[in-house]
Design a protein around this ligand. Structure first.
Ligand SMILES: C[S@@+](CC[C@H](N)C(=O)[O-])C[C@H]1O[C@@H](n2cnc3c(N)ncnc32)[C@H](O)[C@@H]1O
Length: 250
């Protein structure tokens, strides 16, 4: 083995290359292998957490709330209790379609499926591109339309909601609305109310939850009558469910 030439002073002693490395400043030597490995796994973990947060329904909901506060209209998705109480108003054996307006991250959609509504009879309409894509991934068995609820009557008349025999549109037995009607500007709200009231089957039911615990339902201004109403306090904020139908049809 060839040694490096010894170039110290008269009292200097030759040093072993390993001893020299040990004396090097840390920055020059670089962190030890174990530290570097730990840093790599921390970076990997951070990336995995960021990915999970990006795709979690909660952060999706919050992102939509920040970018479109008026159309999301809630600080968080409905509680499982509110979703279950909404779904309990639906008779899963009734003929016709169940159309959910404003599906969001799918809390009420999941409760409707758990209630026993057949997937081929459940259609979800969601305006936000990101939320509609999320719903499509979460419920691949359902028809999810990225559309404005104000187009409901038109979509129904065109047969876009149902795969009924010969393309004939099935009647809409239930409209289940999570739309934040009170924070939607009046002209847009009126178009939604008109479309919903027009599309509902003569003996159909419309369910709407709202954070206004008192007062009439906006759907009454479109000619529907309130048949039943209940409060769900186990929600943030507490909510009211209105069940509406055509006047005179109890
Ligand atoms: C309060 S969030 C309710 C979400 C979900 N149903 C829940 O209960 O957690 C309202 C949802 O309605 C959607 N939305 C608002 N205006 C809409 C419109 N005109 N047509 C369709 N969806 C709409 C929003 O994008 C949002 O997902």
């Amino acid at each position: 083995m060839t040694r490096p030439p010894f170039s110290g002073g008269p009292n200097a002693r030759p040093t072993h290359p390993l001893t020299r490395a040990a004396r090097m400043p840390l920055a020059e030597a670089g962190p030890p292998l174990a530290v570097r490995a730990a840093r790599v796994s921390v970076a990997r973990m951070r990336r995995a957490v960021a990915r999970a947060v990006r795709h979690s329904p909660h952060s999706l909901f919050l992102r939509e709330l920040v970018t479109q506060p008026g159309t999301v209209g809630a600080i968080c998705a409905s509680s499982p209790r509110l979703a279950a109480r909404m779904a309990e108003q639906v008779d899963p054996t009734a003929d016709g379609l169940v159309v959910e307006l404003g599906g969001g991250t799918g809390v009420i959609t999941a409760a409707l499926l758990a209630r026993g509504v057949a997937p081929e009879r459940l259609v979800v309409i969601e305006q936000s591109e990101a939320l509609a894509a999320h719903l499509g991934r979460r419920f691949p068995q359902l028809r999810v339309l990225r559309a404005d609820a104000a187009e409901l009557a038109q979509l129904h008349a065109q047969g876009a909601l149902s795969g009924g025999p010969n393309g004939a549109p099935l009647p809409i037995a239930y409209i289940v609305s999570g739309l934040p009607l009170l924070s939607i500007p009046l002209p847009a709200r009126q178009r939604i109310l008109q479309a919903g009231a027009q599309a509902l089957a003569p003996n159909g039911r419309l369910l709407q939850f709202t954070y206004a615990l008192r007062g009439p339902s906006p759907w009454q201004s479109a000619g529907l009558a309130r048949l039943h109403c209940e409060r769900v306090l186990a929600n943030l904020p507490p909510a009211r469910i209105d069940v509406l139908g055509r006047p005179g049809i109890g």
